[in-house]
Design a protein around this ligand. Structure first.
Ligand code: KIV
Ligand code: ZN
Length: 381
């Protein structure tokens, strides 16, 4: 399974997520080091800064394919090629909106757009032997027209066909079916890689990407922390860990070293200024945290009771058992041991009563609070 990361392109298009040149270079290096197959480094014609970032990422790259985005226009394609040509493995990604709503913007008829696709994909292919083509808003494009334009792009030399759910409109059952039917119907489909690019407007981006894989997609486009336009894109960490954890029903390998996920997630959060929500799957602060007594007791006896992944596998040293009003005696005793305090059963009972009283007043009880409770218990006691 090819992992195509677009944190530096679609992710950076997220309002307010702009990164500096050096930050982009750092993230690209981390992505390559983590094993991302294709890095979409930016949109070279968008600005001088974007061009320079894509060019410098391309020039420093080693194994990853470095991709630049270009609209279906010759100046875009030429600028994109200028930026990526220093990479050992460059790719041009060109796109055009094919749904009725998007065709209306340049006011092109179906035939005119089909001609434009043939010309621009052929042009891209003359510049670079690795060309990806996307029919933007594919999931709202008429079925017959979608088949027609995908066939044209393949004939013109596209090597990857990416099917974007640009507005996060599709549902998993449709996502799988769309890719499956395209592969079955379009002549030449077996000579290219089909890719999925999902947005999260209805919270279904990861489910849709995995469904597309079920339908035959072999490239997943995604971003770190799910950064991206509006509600974001499929999150890299989610698809990677879903494939790793549920290999029993989705037998696909990625080249991602999952132990590097947490570090890159934190760096992307810092440089983009986008905090990761506490309950975000895989990388949220609470993803491996257990507060309630029943859960803490279970996890202390056997982590698998409430964890389907190992924290170490995503680069976390350990899970956490934050103490709060739902916590039980087992977690309190465990915390006291970690703090170097061994207490007898009666003392534990006393400290536990004090702890519950405090926890009712405070959201989270910290190590310092626990140590103070122990001192109080000893003094009163
Ligand atoms: O969402 C989208 O359609 C895109 C394309 C440029 C692939 O990001
Ligand atoms: Zn997108």
């Amino acid at each position: 399974m090819y992992i195509f990361d677009t944190t530096l392109r679609d992710g950076e298009q997220s309002p307010g997520a702009t990164m500096t040149h050096d930050e982009k270079l750092e993230i690209a290096e981390l992505l390559e080091d983590m094993g991302v197959d294709i890095i979409e480094a930016g949109f070279p014609i968008a600005s001088e800064g974007d061009f320079a970032a894509v060019r410098d990422i391309a020039n420093r790259s080693k194994n990853a394919v470095i991709c630049g985005l270009a609209r279906a226009q010759v100046p875009d394609l030429e600028r994109c090629w200028e930026a990526i040509k220093g990479a050992p493995r460059p790719r041009i990604h060109t796109f055009i909106g094919t749904s009725p709503l998007h065709r209306a913007i340049p006011n092109l008829s179906q035939d005119e757009m089909a001609d434009r696709i043939f010309e621009t994909v052929s042009h891209a292919r003359n510049l670079c032997d690795n060309v990806q083509w996307s029919p933007m808003d594919a999931t709202r494009t008429e079925w017959d027209y979608l088949c027609r334009v995908v066939e044209i792009a393949i004939k013109a030399g596209a090597t990857t066909i990416n099917i974007p759910d640009t507005v996060g409109y599709t549902a998993p059952v449709e996502s799988a079916e769309l890719i499956r039917r395209l592969i079955q119907t379009v002549p030449g489909a077996d000579e290219v890689i089909f890719s999925t690019h999902c947005h999260n407007d209805l919270g279904m981006a990861t489910a849709n990407a995995l469904a597309a894989v079920e339908g035959g997609a072999r490239q997943i486009e995604c971003t770190i922390n799910g950064l991206g336009e509006r509600a974001g894109n499929t999150a890299l960490e989610e698809v990677v860990m879903a494939l790793k954890t549920r290999g029993d029903i989705m037998p696909f390998e990625t080249g991602i070293d999952s132990k590097k996920i947490m570090h890159i997630s934190r760096r992307v959060s810092t440089v983009s200024g986008f905090a990761v929500q506490y309950n975000k799957a895989i990388v949220g602060k609470n993803a491996f945290a257990h507060e309630s007594g029943i859960h803490q007791d279970g996890v202390l006896k056997n982590a698998e009771t409430f964890e389907i992944m190992k924290p170490e596998d995503v680069g976390l040293a350990t899970n956490s058992l934050p103490l709060g009003k739902h916590s039980g005696r087992a977690a309190l005793r465990d915390k006291l041991r970690q703090l170097g305090t061994e207490v007898g059963d009666n003392q534990l009972k006393d400290i536990f009563v004090r702890f519950k009283d405090l926890a009712d007043r405070k959201k989270e009880v910290y190590d310092e609070d626990i140590l103070a409770l122990v001192t109080d218990a000893m003094t009163d006691g």
